[in-house]
Design a protein around this ligand. Structure first.
Ligand code: TMP
Length: 234
C-alpha cells in the first residue's frame, strides 16, 4: 500500500479504507533533531506495543486518540488526521531543555504542571512558541490553544495514574494533535518512552530515550523492562 509519509521513527501508509491509515514503527532511534541516529533491532516492536497499550489505557480512561488497533508487532491502524505543527509538552518535574535553558533544578516539581508549545518544524529546530506566536503563525486560535492545554492536562492526569501503578514517575512528555474531517482535535502520533521522561519513583533510574541521548545503557533493555511493568496496570 502507498507510503504517505516517512518520519524518523515511523512510516505512514494508506490502506484500502480511506478512514484507516497504517503506521509502521521502524527499528530506528534518533536524538537531537536527527543529529544522533542508529539502527536498533527490536525497537519498532517495543514502541508499537507500548504506544498501542498506552492509547488503549487512555481510551479506557476517557481520552480518545487516533489509535484504532494494533495489527502486528510493528504496525497499528490509526484514523487519518491532519497533524497540527505543534508539539505539546507537559512537565511535572524539571528536566532536559527547561533545566538547560532556564536553570530550574533538575527534578524540581511543577505544581500545577507546566504546558509548553513547540513549533514542529525541523528546519527551525522546533523552537518554543508563545501563545502570541501560535496566533501570528495561524496555527491555532486562542480557544483552540485553551482546548489543547486542557486536553494535554487530561492526558497528563491519566498517564500519571498509569505510571504510578508501575512505580514510576512521569517527569514530562510530548504529544501531538491532528484534526479530523469535522475539525475536532484528535490526539495522534505516538506516546512511548521515546516521547516521555520516566524515572523510577524510588531509585530515579531512567526508562526513556535519555538512556540513548546520554549513552547510559541499553535502550532495548530499558524499554523491555518498561513494557513488562505495564503488565501491572489495571
Ligand atoms: P525537552 O526537555 O527536550 O524539551 O523534552 C521534553 C519532553 O518532550 C521529553 O519527554 C522528550 C519529549 N520530546 C519529544 O518527544 N520530541 C522532541 O522533539 C522533543 C524536543 C522532546
Amino acid at each position: 500500500m502507498m507510503l504517505l509519509y516517512e518520519g524518523k521513527a515511523k512510516c505512514v501508509y494508506k490502506t484500502e479504507d480511506p478512514e484507516v491509515l497504517r503506521l509502521e514503527y521502524k527499528d530506528e532511534v534518533t536524538a537531537g533533531n536527527g543529529e544522533k541516529q542508529d539502527f536498533m533491532s527490536g525497537k519498532g516492536r517495543l514502541n508499537n506495543l507500548i504506544s498501542s497499550d498506552i492509547f488503549k489505557y487512555l481510551k479506557k480512561n476517557g481520552v480518545d486518540s487516533h489509535f484504532i488497533e494494533r495489527i502486528s508487532d510493528t504496525e497499528q491502524k490509526v484514523m487519518p488526521v491532519r497533524i497540527i505543527p505543534l508539539e505539546v509538552v507537559v512537565r511535572n518535574f524539571a528536566a532536559g531543555s527547561i533545566v538547560r535553558r532556564l536553570g530550574f533544578t533538575n527534578g524540581s516539581s511543577f505544581t500545577p504542571p507546566l504546558v509548553e508549545f513547540y513549533y514542529k518544524e525541523d528546519a527551525l529546530h522546533d523552537p518554543i512558541l508563545t501563545e502570541d506566536h501560535i496566533l501570528k503563525l495561524d496555527i491555532a486560535t486562542e480557544a483552540e490553544i485553551e482546548t489543547l492545554r486542557t486536553q494535554a492536562l487530561k492526558v497528563n492526569k491519566a498517564m500519571n495514574e498509569m505510571m504510578d501503578q508501575m512505580g514510576l514517575k512521569l517527569v514530562d512528555f510530548k504529544i501531538e494533535y491532528g484534526k479530523d474531517k469535522a475539525g475536532n482535535f484528535v490526539l495522534a502520533d505516538e506516546i512511548s518512552p521515546d516521547t516521555c521522561r520516566i524515572w523510577d519513583k524510588k531509585t530515579g533510574e531512567n526508562f526513556d530515550k535519555d538512556v540513548y541521548r546520554n549513552g547510559t545503557g541499553s535502550l532495548i533493555d530499558k524499554y523491555t523492562e518498561f513494557y513488562e511493568k505495564m503488565g501491572a496496570v489495571k
